[in-house]
Design a protein around this ligand. Sequence first.
Ligand code: FAD
Length: 474
Amino acid sequence: MSTEFDVIVIGAGPGGYIAAIRAAQLGMRVACVDAWCNAKGGPAPGGTCTNIGCIPSKALLQSSENYEQVRRHFGEHGVLVQTVAMDVGKMLARKTAIVQQNNEGILYLFKKNGVTFVHGLARFEGRDQDRYRIAVSGTEAILSSPQIVVATGSVARPLPGVAFDEKRVLSNDGALSIGEIPARLGVIGAGVVGLEMGSVWRRLGAEVSMLEALPAFLPGADEQIAREAFKLMTRQGLKIQLGVGVEGVDLVGDVVKVRYLDSAKGAQTLECDKLIVSVGRLPNTEGLNGEAIGLKLDARGFVEVDSDCRTHLPGVWAIGDVVRGPMLAHKAEEEGVAVAESIAGQHGHVDLDTIPWVIYTSPEIAWVGQSEQQLKQTGRPYRAGRFPFAANGRARAMGDTNGMVKCLADAKTDRVLGVHIVGPMASELISEAVLAMAFQASSEDIARVCHAHPSLSEATREAALAVDGRALNI
Ligand code: FAD
């Protein structure tokens, strides 16, 4: 194996593997080093996203949603099912197979694009003039390159004093592998991961109680959308308590006891069989030995970068969860492409203002741009248009009429400033809004584009029409 490369990417999550492929497409000799191991100790590129994040969580969300549909909604269509049972083992095996397909897909893409993949933990050894030296665990070779992309991702944040044992106190990793449906599931943290995992196990029959420290539900989302989502999710059976302070977790026999302070009721205890702790993620630079080259971290442990993902060291870049900005796979990918193109002398750029957010609950929640409360805070004059899925023909035909689309546009120029959706397929619908914002479209631009009928996307058009008070179907 050659040890000298034009670019070495550390980490093969969505940030790293995409950076490696794009750099190879641009004619560079690229190595990508990744430490993740599958159950047999073999390589499992794809990072958090593929192995314990986006992909397996969506597999379980789909399986559990299918189960819920059969149990609760098929009857409305006249589809009568006598016995319904859930084979959790099969569901987990399906999830594992999907993860493996993705791991293998990435290895195939590396081969196809001529990227050298090295399995092991990369560690900075130092620098010789303009080349950085990197050792990889399990190999003798020292790799070197003048261009390094750090894409080492993030790890689950534990609750102080409460270690993950992945049997009863679970990180997002353990939450994806619970072998049987727990009767009582506790979740600390009602953010994206907590809501998605809580939804999976609630649909399968667990009684799910969520404890959230913040007083507001989904404070990053538009308030109206968050209120609607809270109403729908609690109606489905998720118990969500806001503004509580968790004081400690005790393991007593088979029971997990969470001590917490409720501002209204005082000291409380939640008893559950399993506890998922989803209180955020921390940037991961463990084992990287950044000190050997003087890599700077900020106070929170993120690698310090400028708006183009450059660190202060010449030729060293960092992308994805290990740097500032939303911890999202598609943000990491965008940065991967931009950095590869910048290294090739092109103008790589990521617009953090048009990164979409999605929560894959049912209904899904998705948004891009600014919320109504953010616009109010900045004093920017805006007009809002809303359209409920209850008035959309496709949503009625699907039997999925909860939620709405909301479009926010500048009061003077009509430029779209934000689009917020709670409802069916919000994850797919949001792309139109992202495209519109990337092209600096006005709400009238969206409103004047012909949308297929009947389709959920007509709700987006109607919300855009509603900005000017001329929605047609309500
Ligand atoms: P990672 O995916 O974390 O990959 C980093 C890789 O680097 C890992 O393979 C790691 O082993 C490797 N590595 C670290 N250090 C070294 C080293 N020294 N040497 C070699 N290799 C190293 N985001 C979305 O956009 N949509 C979703 O639906 C979504 N769902 C999620 C669900 C869950 C349960 C979780 C936990 C996260 C979810 N995310 C989702 C977030 C998403 O997974 C991350 O934002 C994304 O994986 C970040 O990509 P990355 O490339 O920066 O890092």
